[in-house]
Write a protein that binds this ligand. Structure first.
Ligand code: PXL
Length: 351
């Protein structure tokens, strides 16, 4: 039986919404059946008191996961009748808040081992459908796709150069901090730098991008320099989830970057009206939705980003008065196709 395996490795809080508290709801509400791995249990995202998992303990659980994925093809102990809309049999990791360097290291090495095993298994199976990795690329026939594509004079061939194998993906949200404040151990920065060659998709915010690349972002050119740096080191897709420039306080910018078939850097940006909302968790919402859309809809990354952004933007808009992300109240928007409300289109950036 085909079945997808989503493993979300993030924080858990008792009060409020961030990390796995968001991912578990979002993924389940969208019909997935994720495995939820909590790296810490804190009282709230503002009060980091509680329990942190030790890396040995993480190893134990990740070891059990590995065994399960190896022997049963993913621990499908049910009756094989999945009525929850799952597609495919891929293995997808979504990693977020991890407190210590040792724990990031443990997660990285397990995902890498699992990926190699997965690829070996796939190579020995003669099923061509399983063997051929699907490319995430534009659906050129799609009407919406044509819209963002028009006027793209600088990008040239903007189709995906590398195959993003959609039967094994690691989306790494390198959660380290925001607005100049770091909320994990300092040496986690180094641990994430070590992850770069093994990650498929990375979703840093501006501060995290600056930490990963040892470069302060002052203008768009700095963003594309950082994006190029990460892509050259092996990440296949970079989404910089929010950039704010001192000369434009009213907007946030999201950037998506990848290399095309000629190894040329392709970058798109999304200009977003900035709400005065300084609540953590929107990045976690973004990453969980991105995973869902990639797994379900595959192709056309710039269009998927538009849809995800649209949902995040609407959830924030509906949360402005409460000082917390109203995840439950906005569950129908979260479960939607992302075409609601104000659709923010991708604009090509000429790097
Ligand atoms: O939203 C990122 C995040 C995740 N997990 C925990 C956090 C935060 C941000 O503050 O505190 C525990």
């Amino acid at each position: 039986t085909n079945r997808e395996h989503i493993i979300s490795i993030q924080s858990h809080v008792l009060d409020g919404f961030c990390g796995n508290t968001i991912a578990s709801f979002v993924l389940r509400r969208r019909g997935h059946d994720p495995k939820i791995f909590n790296t810490v249990q804190y009282y709230s995202k503002y009060k980091h008191v509680g329990v942190e998992m030790k890396h040995e303990e993480m190893q134990t659980i990740l070891g059990a996961l590995k065994e399960d994925l190896a022997t049963t093809g993913g621990g499908n102990h049910g009756n094989g009748n999945h009525s929850n809309g799952n597609h495919g049999n891929g293995v997808y990791f979504l990693t977020g808040y991890i407190k210590t360097k040792e724990c990031v290291d443990a997660v990285m090495s397990h995902i890498w081992e699992l990926k190699n095993e997965h690829n070996e298994k796939r190579a020995t199976q003669m099923d061509p459908q399983v063997e051929a990795p699907l490319a995430i690329e534009e659906e050129k026939t799609d009407g919406d796709a044509a819209e963002w594509h028009s006027g793209n004079s600088c990008a040239g061939d903007s189709s995906f150069g590398k195959l993003l194998s959609v039967d094994f993906l690691w989306i790494c949200d390198p959660v380290m901090g925001d607005n100049g404040r770091i909320y994990v151990d300092k040496d986690v920065v180094l641990a994430y730098k070590k992850c770069i060659p093994f990650v498929d998709i990375m979703t840093p915010n501006q501060f995290e991008l600056e930490l990963l690349c040892d470069k302060k972002i002052k203008n768009e050119n700095d963003v594309t320099t950082c994006v190029r740096f990460l892509l050259n080191r092996g990440v296949k897709l970079i989404v910089v989830t929010s950039v704010q420039y001192p000369f434009d306080k009213d907007h946030l910018y999201l950037y998506v970057g990848y290399l095309n078939g000629q190894a040329k850097l392709i970058v798109f940006k999304y200009k977003i009206f900035r709400f005065d909302f300084n609540v953590c968790g929107s990045g976690d919402l973004f990453a969980a939705l991105l995973l869902s859309f990639l797994v379900r809809h595959r192709g056309n990354v710039p269009l998927i980003i538009s849809k995800v952004l649209n949902i995040v933007h609407n959830v924030i808009k509906n949360s402005l008065s409460s000082g917390e992300l109203n995840i439950i109240e906005n569950q129908d928007i979260i479960a939607s196709d992302g075409l609601c409300g104000s659709f923010i289109k991708a604009e090509p950036v000429c790097p």
